[in-house]
Design a protein around this ligand. Sequence first.
Ligand code: GTP
Length: 889
Amino acid sequence: MNNKADSKDNNKDKLRVYEYAKSLNMSSKEIITILKRLNLPVNNHMSVMENEMVHKVEGFFRDIKSNAAAKRAQETTSVSVSSAQPIATRPQSQQPQQHERKPQAQPQTTNNNLSQDRQGPMNSINTKTQTNQQQSEQRPAQQSSTNRPAQQSSNNRPAQQSSSNRPAQSNTARPGQGQGGQGNRPSGSNASRPGQGQGGQNNRPAPSGQNRSSQGGQGNTNNRPGAPRQDAGSRPAPQGQNRAFESRPAQGQARANDDQANRKGKPNQKRFDDAKVSGYKGNNNRGPKGRGGKFQQQPPREKIDNTPKKIIVRGTMTVGDLAKLLHKDASEVIKKLIFLGVMATINQEIDMDAIHLIASDYGVEVEVKIPVEEDSFETVEETDEDENLVARPPVVTIMGHVDHGKTTLLDAIRKTNVTGGEAGGITQHIGAYQVEINHKKITFLDTPGHEAFTLMRARGAQVTDITIIVVAADDGIMPQTVEAINHAKAAGVPIIVAVNKIDKPEANVDKIKQEMTEYELVPEEWGGDTIFVEVSAKQRIGLEGLLEMILLVAEVNDYKANPNKRARATVIEAELDKGKGPVARILVQHGTLKIGDAFVAGNCFGRVRAMVNDKGRRLKEAGPSTPIEITGLTEVPQAGDPFMVFEDERKARAIADRRSIKQRQSEMGANTRVTLDDLYSHIKDGEIKDLNVIIKSDVQGSAEALKGSLAKIDIEGVRVKIIHSGVGAITESDIILASASNAIVIGFNVRPDPQAEATIAQEKVDVRMHRIIYNVIDEIEQAMKGMLDPIFKEVVIGHAEVRNVFKVTKVGAIAGCMITSGKITRSAEARLIRGGIVVYTGKIDSLKRFKDDAKEVAQGYECGITLDRYNDVREGDTIEAFVMESVER
Ligand SMILES: Nc1nc2c(ncn2[C@@H]2O[C@H](COP(=O)(O)OP(=O)(O)OP(=O)(O)O)[C@@H](O)[C@H]2O)c(=O)[nH]1
């Protein structure tokens, strides 16, 4: 009977880190960090979390929560105090709130109910409010004695006192006894106690040591509006306090206080100065006696909460940097991050989301000014205000199988649709051209075929907005049609199907549509969402319809760009022209490129000397989606290279230089592509959720079989995604697609062709060749799951035979054992075996040799063993001890 319960417990004990993390919606890494911080034994995400560990972690969260609440409360206090209102006039209502918020108890409280809510002061947190500071000094010794009232609610305090009192409460708590020590406590230390404070306390003579402080005390009172000067003055602070203050680092408050002091021109000035120098935090109060009166009249100069109203953020930053910006302790920020589920150290970078969250938690506005990451500018995504965005022409690529009419279609479109005013211009081949229909422009990339398209993508350039898949109506879907579809899908670009050659008698449009449904391209009239347009490139039939459809898709997707900034573009083609030197055909994507602009293109730089459009016209400037040919480069960049304008040529040159150095380094450096070997680390780091796979096989049947089997693999939420499959050798195009899509390539009974071989090495794509389907599946599964298998293996370390059982009250059953093999260790796990059946599995609770605890007992020795929460041990049972050993992968 017990067994059941026990086994349940055991299961509970077997809670793994990753399961626990999952239940908290946190990552294993975070939980591991916490466990380590708590000095709890943990190896990795498979480590078992015992109840005790769970409790400790929960306790840890609770602590953080309460600390954060306390801090928040304190901040609230400081905010309210630092508001312009003089304390005296502060509405009472605020007080209660504050009190409520401070969760932690203060050390010693004092008087009656009054007291002190703020523990803040007691802790090092300190004195955001002047009040707090002030009070401390003056706290009369007697008060100190009192206990901390459970609630320090200010409510009890009479209205008048409220302002002045608040502070007092906090401090009050410190009794004479405690006070010396409390010197460290920031705010608490000073001020006079409120209600009471006003009169009585002040008069209390200070202990000798306190003299210095007593003076200070006066100062305090003065500041406090309501409080009579004398009080404060008379109450000297214990010396200890003073010292403590002095040693405290300077803060804003101190400065504020000093100001006051200076203004008064009191004799104590020197002291204040000292305080400033020595870092005295805030108790201006300890001013010279004389000052008090004047201060009294003044609205209190509250502690200045130096939390900025706004911070300017330029991208991600470390926790430490953010803390500095916010004028907070890094530890405080780290705690907040933990609340957000982010485990970070002071030097760790945090992303913009976390920065925003933390800042908003402090009520700080964040202004993001992302500087252009100059060296790797292509990685910076520019965001523009909506009002700066203007519609731009869509950029279209035409893809399809060989001879299905891509080139003819491109030519036909170009000829039939020459932009009105520019008719007659000499057509230039500049890698792309624009046509106009219904007063709207469309940009066509002139290099048909998915290879070029994907090559660009592999270089990180996503220039295409819409793809047109051309299929010859007399032919049907061919291997490259499928490739093209897959390449377009992998890029996530909308597809329009142009069914070409409809002029041919053998054209069968329906057959094409039917075949296309197999690739999830279902015509609208059949209930799908893919636009099919029937055209004849040769006869120029249906071209306008095609263009209109492009505009329709563009309208839906609302392509926009900001033309009013420095240009960013992509190199479509580049070459060394005998006459002009290096020329680059580029497509402007953002901003406007102007003659004379200094730029970087890939690792090259230059200054735009001349710009020509596709009609051969010279341009002075070119806006978004405009293809142009430029001269003025110093070298020839590569197709797909990013292009960006910089303020001057010197800068452009420096950046280009750095980029080429970086490129050389990265070429020598690590491979960032996914490979089966490092798949797990990518999965673990959350970098990939799908494993992209390209399958090439000898026959269609095996490709299909592989596809089906791989698609079923789903391990810990990571799936295999077949982005392309086909029959035939592994081609360069496959490799480029893999490179662009971070995919691995599986060759089933096929080999890469020679060109592909070279590209594999260059692009560092993981290509696996197999002849047995099972092996493919096994390999992929192992790569995905293998790592998720327990990293521990059980190792039996010894056996003990139970020879006697002693029942001891409060302890339970002690098994008197003889170690019959190996050894039993205190930290081992144990199985209790009775008649060959495991009746218990759990921890060893205690291991003793005679009366003493033993760490381990070896074979041939006797010992006493108790099992964790299991007492039904019987003579003749065997205890098998085992440990979980981590296994090298
Ligand atoms: N009847 C007819 N023939 C066409 C049509 N479009 C193209 N063709 C012919 O099909 C052949 C191939 O056309 P291309 O435009 O070169 O085809 P492609 O897809 O560009 O071919 P590659 O550049 O080799 O990939 C040419 O002989 C064209 O004249 C059409 O609409 N109707």
